[in-house]
Design a protein around this ligand. Structure first.
Ligand SMILES: [Ca+2]
Ligand SMILES: [Ca+2]
Ligand SMILES: [Ca+2]
Ligand SMILES: [Ca+2]
Length: 456
C-alpha cells in the first residue's frame, strides 16, 4: 500500500478526513482504559492509532478496517500511513481484533496526556526565584537551587544561537519577559497564507499548534498558562529590569503546542516531536525538547518518534510525574522511554527524567522517583515564572522541575557550542550535587543527585 493508493482508498470508502478539531474532547470518543490495575491512576485514550504496512493491499486494508470496526478520523501530519480512528468495538476490543492483522504494523490507544503541575499558588511572590540560586550566588542564595546564578556570575547567561523546543500548551508570545527569547522561523513570512519554507506548515513562525492544527502557538481561550510558565523557567529574559529570569537570559524557544484545556493525545505528540526533529534536520540548532507532561501508557509510535529526535541529536527532557510513585515499578511515559530501545534506536539515551525538589531540599511528596529510571532532581515546588497577560505566578510540580534541567542543557550548549547531545547529557548528570532526599531515588549518582549548573 503506498500513500497514493491509500488516499484513493479512503476517498472511495468515504471516510471522514481532516476532522481533527472534531475528534478531540468528545466524551463518547474518550474512553477510560483499565490497563492500569491495582489502584494506579486511570489511563485515558481518544480512540486508536493505527499504522498500516506499506505492503498492504487495498483488500487487506479494507478487511482490517472492517474487522476493527474502524472509522478513520484523520492522518498524522508527519506520517500518512498512521491514522487516528474510532471503533464501534471499543478501544481494547478493536486492538485485539486487528493486532495481528497482516495489514497492521502498529495498533495502540491514542493516549491522553496531562501536564504535570500540581498546584497553582495565586500569590504573587515577587523575587522568590529560589530555583535559580546557588549557595554562593550574588544577592540571594539557596543551596538547593539549580546554581544557575553562579554560572551567570561566571559569564555564561545563555546564547541566542541555542534553540530549545517546548512540547506543551501554547506560550504567550506577547509576554514582555518572553517575547525576545521566542524563536522566529527565519524562512517563514508571517500571515501570508503561504508555506514559505516548504516544511508543510503554513505561517509557522513561532512553531505550530498541533492541538488546533493552526499556526497560532498561543490561545488565550485555552489558558496556556502551563506552557507559558515552563517557557519562563527555561528562558525568561534576563537583565531587562523586569519580572523574572530563566536559566538562560537569552535563548530561542520554539513552541509545539499539543496540550489543550483537557489534555493532549499521542497523535498530536508524535506530530509535535516529528515537527521539531524536522527543524533540526533543516539546520535549526535545536538542542533539547522540554516535556512537562505525561499520563498515557506505552506507545510504539511515540517511542519511535522520540528515537528519531534522539538520532538527530536532540535531548528529550521529561517530567518524572506527580503521583508520588516509583517509576522503576510502574512506568510513567514519556519519562520512561529509553532511546537505546524500541523502533530504530539511537546509540545513546536522549531521555532525561526529572524529579522535583522543594526549596529545603526535600523530594517533593508528589514527585515520582526511580533509582534506575529517574535521572536527577531539580527545583519544582513554589517556582515563580511567567503566565499569560504579562504576569507571574508560583506553580509546583515535576512540570516546573523539568524546565530547569532543559534550561541547563541550553546553558551548557551556549558555552560548549559543539557539544553533542551525549556530551550535554553527561555534563548534566555528572555535575549533580549529592542529595540525601534522593538517595536511591535517582540514578545520577549513587546517593541521588540534583541539578547543579554552576560550572556550565
Ligand atoms: Ca512553513
Ligand atoms: Ca508564510
Ligand atoms: Ca492555536
Ligand atoms: Ca526579566
Amino acid at each position: 500500500m503506498n500513500i497514493r493508493s491509500f488516499n484513493s482508498m479512503r476517498w472511495a470508502f468515504g471516510f471522514v478526513i481532516g476532522a481533527a478539531s472534531l475528534s478531540l474532547a468528545r466524551p463518547a470518543f474518550t474512553a477510560e482504559l483499565d490497563a492500569a490495575a491495582g489502584g494506579e491512576p486511570p489511563l485515558f485514550a481518544q480512540g486508536l492509532l493505527v499504522k498500516f504496512r506499506a505492503s498492504a493491499t487495498d483488500a487487506e486494508l479494507a478487511d482490517a478496517l472492517q474487522r476493527g470496526g474502524l472509522r478513520i478520523l484523520r492522518h498524522l501530519r508527519s506520517d500518512d500511513t498512521v491514522v487516528v480512528a474510532s471503533s464501534g468495538l471499543g478501544i481494547m476490543r478493536a486492538i485485539e481484533a486487528i493486532d495481528r492483522h497482516g495489514a497492521v504494523e502498529v495498533v495502540e490507544p491514542n493516549w491522553v496526556y496531562q501536564h504535570q503541575v500540581v498546584s497553582n499558588d495565586p500569590r504573587y511572590t515577587d523575587g522568590s526565584l529560589w530555583g535559580m540560586y546557588g549557595d554562593t550566588s550574588p544577592v540571594s542564595q539557596n543551596t538547593f537551587g539549580s546554581q544557575a546564578a553562579e554560572a551567570w556570575a561566571n559569564g555564561n547567561t545563555g546564547s541566542d544561537s541555542v534553540v530549545i523546543g517546548i512540547i506543551d500548551e501554547g506560550v504567550d508570545e506577547t509576554h514582555p519577559d518572553l517575547v525576545a527569547n521566542l524563536w522566529s522561523n527565519p524562512g517563514e513570512i508571517p500571515n501570508n497564507q503561504i508555506d514559505d519554507d516548504g516544511n508543510g506548515f503554513v505561517d509557522d513562525v513561532r512553531g505550530w499548534d498541533f492541538f488546533h492544527d493552526d499556526a497560532s502557538t498561543f490561545d488565550a481561550a485555552d489558558g496556556d498558562d502551563h506552557g507559558t510558565h515552563v517557557a519562563g523557567t527555561i528562558g525568561a529574559t534576563g537583565g531587562n529590569g523586569a519580572g523574572v529570569v530563566g536559566v538562560n537570559w537569552q535563548v530561542k524557544m520554539v513552541v509545539a503546542k499539543f496540550l489543550g484545556p483537557a489534555g493532549g493525545s499521542t497523535a498530536d505528540a508524535v506530530d509535535a516531536v516529528n515537527y521539531l526533529t524536522a527543524l533540526k534536520k533543516s539546520g535549526v540548532n535545536l538542542v533539547a525538547i522540554n516535556n512537562s507532561w505525561g499520563g498515557g501508557g506505552y506507545s510504539t509510535l511515540l517511542h519511535g518518534a522520540i528515537n528519531g529526535a534522539a538520532r538527530e541529536g536532540i535531548l528529550f527532557v521529561c517530567a518524572a510525574g506527580n503521583s508520588g510513585r516509583n517509576n522503576d515499578r510502574v512506568a510513567s511515559y514519556p519519562a520512561n522511554y529509553n532511546t537505546t530501545q524500541g523502533p530504530s534506536p539511537a546509540s545513546y539515551d536522549a531521555v532525561i527524567a526529572v524529579a522535583a525538589l522543594t526549596s529545603s531540599g526535600a523530594k517533593a511528596s508528589y514527585s515520582n522517583y526511580g533509582a534506575t529510571t529517574v535521572d536527577l532532581g531539580a527545583p519544582g515546588s513554589a517556582i515563580l515564572s511567567t503566565v499569560p497577560g504579562g504576569g507571574y505566578a508560583s506553580y509546583s510540580g515535576t512540570s516546573m522541575a523539568t524546565p530547569h534541567v532543559t534550561g541547563g542543557a541550553g546553558l551548557y550548549s551556549a558555552s560548549h557550542p559543539v557539544a553533542t547531545a551525549v556530551q550535554i547529557r553527561n555534563a548534566l548528570l555528572s555535575s549533580v550535587a549529592p542529595t540525601s532526599s534522593l538517595t536511591k531515588k535517582t540514578s545520577s549518582v549513587a546517593t541521588g543527585g540534583r541539578l547543579d549548573v554552576s560550572g556550565f
